[in-house]
Write a protein that binds this ligand. Structure first.
Ligand SMILES: [Zn+2]
Length: 397
């Protein structure tokens, strides 16, 4: 294991990673937090990738996209299918020229006393093609945004991929004073396990320095295109004699399409991490995801039960409810859970998943509905009290 003393220049007080301009806002009881949002634009997403398989990532196609967007808006006037409008709004947002502009769009959806934790994505590994803008440039731009453009508004989370050869340098520089970053973001379905050897060294520092970690535990659409992935970490055995015990993973994993995301997004993959670092502040993003919640309405969905199980056993495991506002019946169910279980109530976080969430519905409408269903008291707990604990608590003194 790394010697954490060599990371002397990383403070163990999270507030040392906050700009002085933000401190009064953190102390105000009116402040809300959105702990799961994104401000990258399409230039940072590889060609032929993802959501729509639209050629969204090339500047030369900017005009084309603009036309398409206008066309979609016009089409919408002739139909009741709002989905066309949602798609147009989504394209318009991701197609902004810079992260600064996307951030501007994000801010416009909320009252001014809101603090955001934009989560980065590193799409240089695990996919067939590379993004137009290298990840290192994205990091520099984000650093500028948080240190000089929006120091009172954003607490960025740095995306770390264990395959990045500059992993430790990048981490150390970003988390040191003036580094501009506040937390760490993981996206295991891009082809690694949370218990990866390199990441375990990072988590050791995160625990010691009270750096919060957010990971994707939602939809399985986004995943590595690699057929085989080499896994160096440990895992909890799912069956057999060693069931529920931490075991070493086989070295080579065969991945197959849809199953890939399902395997790599499994909350159980975090067991070996939490076993080693029980005071790690961890947010399991999306609380399992909308598809799982729709199942959960009928009978307990395993993925959601596993998240709840981790919340019950570890004091610093949280889960944000981002991207789950589309169905009011899900919110009603969440409300029941919050009211009947004090641990879930104290660990659920408000997050939006802006601007991915624009694809699903009219975001303002569904968010207002979500907030009204929960009511002011619960809303304050999940959008103010709990985020403050997740972000600023010193779990390790
Ligand atoms: Zn997200």
């Amino acid at each position: 294991m790394h010697n954490k003393n060599i990371y002397n220049n990383i403070s163990s007080n999270p507030l040392d990673r906050v700009s002085p301009a933000m401190i009064p806002m953190i102390n105000s009881p009116e402040t809300k937090f959105d702990v799961h949002c994104h401000i990258f634009n399409f230039e940072t997403v590889p060609k032929k990738y993802l959501f729509l398989k639209l050629p969204v990532s090339y500047k030369s196609q900017h005009d084309e996209l603009e036309k398409l967007e206008k066309h979609l808006h016009n089409l919408h006037k002739k139909t009741n299918k709002d989905h066309i409008k949602f798609l147009a709004n989504f394209i318009d947002t991701g197609n902004q020229e810079s992260m600064k502009n996307v951030a501007g769009k994000l801010f416009s959806y909320y009252p001014s006393d809101t603090i955001f934790t934009p989560l980065m994505m590193d799409m240089e590994y695990g996919l067939q093609s590379k993004p137009l803008i290298p990840y290192s440039k994205q990091v520099e731009e984000m650093r500028k945004l948080s240190t000089s453009v929006f120091p009172h508004k954003i607490l960025p989370f740095l995306a770390l991929d264990p395959r990045n050869p500059n992993l430790f340098k990048l981490f150390e520089k970003s988390m040191s004073k003036g580094g501009g970053f506040f937390g760490v973001k993981l996206y295991p379905s891009l082809g690694y396990l949370p218990s990866d050897k390199q990441l375990m060294k990072i988590f050791e520092i995160c625990e010691a320095k009270n750096i919060p970690v957010t990971t994707h535990v939602g939809g399985n659409t986004v995943h590595t295109t690699q057929r085989f992935i080499k896994v160096t970490g440990k895992q909890v055995a799912q069956s057999g004699e060693l069931k529920d015990r931490v075991v070493r993973m086989p070295h080579l994993f065969r991945m197959s399409g849809k199953k890939t995301g399902e395997v790599l997004n499994n909350p159980k993959n975090w067991e070996p991490v939490l076993y080693s670092f029980p005071n790690l502040k961890l947010n399991l993003g999306h609380f399992g995801g909308t598809t799982e919640w729709l199942k959960h309405l009928k009978s307990p969905a395993p993925r959601i039960m596993q998240i709840i199980n981790l919340i019950q056993r570890y004091d610093y495991v949280f889960s944000d409810f981002s991207n789950n506002f589309e169905y009011p019946e899900i919110t009603v169910h969440l409300k029941k859970m919050l009211l009947s279980d004090s641990k879930i109530k104290s660990r659920t976080l408000f997050g939006s998943d802006f601007f991915m969430v624009l694809l699903a519905s009219d975001y303002t409408k569904s968010r207002v509905q979500f907030e009204e269903t929960l009511g002011p008291e619960l809303l304050k707990i999940i959008s103010h009290e709990n985020p403050k604990n997740f972000l600023f608590t010193k779990a390790v003194k």
